[in-house]
Design a protein around this ligand. Structure first.
Ligand SMILES: [Fe+2]
Length: 293
């Protein structure tokens, strides 16, 4: 199937404290605060205007996961497909400023997506973004009430391609046109488990851990190496209770047409979550942020 999604878009989070949330993410990961308004604060890890938007609301939750469409026509196409699938269309305008077109819809399995035209790029000198800990919003990790139903929907509706999965869809990883191993992953449940940034190097993962310790906090899990995707990982909890992953070295699939998805056993012996053999702590499994409409 032709790709409809070019790359990861943005994550939109409702929180009573947008500024505090943005400052904490900046302290830990080096992202810049790209715009601050009374009702929202936006952060970015590169020239894009926004990777994560924190909207001021009295509740905490995920408003949408943004996916950048190949072009404006795709936004219309996804709108048509979502309608014919009988999905709930939440809006046909973007949640963010500086984004031209979007369609936001709820899946019947929990996750809410916003398929949108490209995010505006700020005109920045290279030195203003190089060398900070992270450089790209990489992926999100979702939970769906029916992971196989979710699989069928995102491959059919969004043209996502399966990169790897476990036997019974306890985890599945999906890629889009940019070829990175996954733009989102999914497992059973309801909500978003984490959002992830790509770091410049392994040392940046140590920098995140050191920054946490300096504030009396610590990593939730890691450093380790994932099976599918082969990336080094570390995780911590942000002030909203969302899990943030800082990752390095995610595999890139350069033979998109002929690649065959892997099928992994999902048990502690298979080391699917950490090739180096560690198991996630209980708090990691329990951390889940709900989607809110
Ligand atoms: Fe992840």
């Amino acid at each position: 199937m032709t790709h409809l999604i070019r790359q990861m878009g943005y994550v939109v989070i409702a929180t009573p404290d947008p500024d505090g949330s943005a400052r904490d993410l900046a302290d830990m990961t080096g992202v810049r605060i790209s715009r601050s308004a009374s009702d929202a604060t936006y952060v970015s890890s590169n020239a894009r205007f926004c990777d994560v938007a924190y909207l001021r609301e009295n509740r905490r939750g995920i408003r949408a996961v943004g996916l950048e469409a190949m072009d404006e026509g795709v936004v219309d196409e996804v709108y048509r497909r979502a309608k014919s699938e009988g999905l709930t269309i939440l809006a046909d305008t973007p949640l963010l400023p500086k984004v031209k077109r979007a369609v936001r819809f709820a899946t019947p399995f929990g996750p809410i997506f916003e398929v949108h035209t490209p995010i505006a790029r700020d005109d920045l000198p290279p030195a203003s973004t190089n060398g900070k800990r992270v450089r790209r919003l990489e992926h999100v990790n979702l939970r769906a009430t029916d992971p196989k139903g979710f699989h069928d929907l995102v491959t059919r509706l969004l043209g996502m391609k399966l990169s790897d999965r476990t036997t019974n869809y306890e985890r599945a990883w999906y890629r889009c046109a940019d070829g990175f191993h996954h733009t989102f992953a999914c497992g059973p449940g309801n909500g978003m488990h984490h959002y992830a940034f790509d770091a410049h190097g392994l040392y940046d993962l140590a920098g995140v851990a050191d920054a946490l310790v300096a504030k009396g906090r610590s990593l939730l899990w890691g450093i380790g190496r994932h099976g599918p995707g082969n990336n080094l990982f570390s995780y911590y909890l942000d002030p909203n209770g969302c899990v943030v992953e800082v990752s390095f070295g995610l595999e890139r699939i350069d033979n998109d047409e002929i690649y065959e998805p892997g099928n992994w056993e999902f048990n502690s012996a298979s080391n699917v979550l950490d090739r180096w053999g560690s198991q996630p702590p209980e708090a990691y499994g329990k951390a889940l942020t709900p989607f809110v409409m």
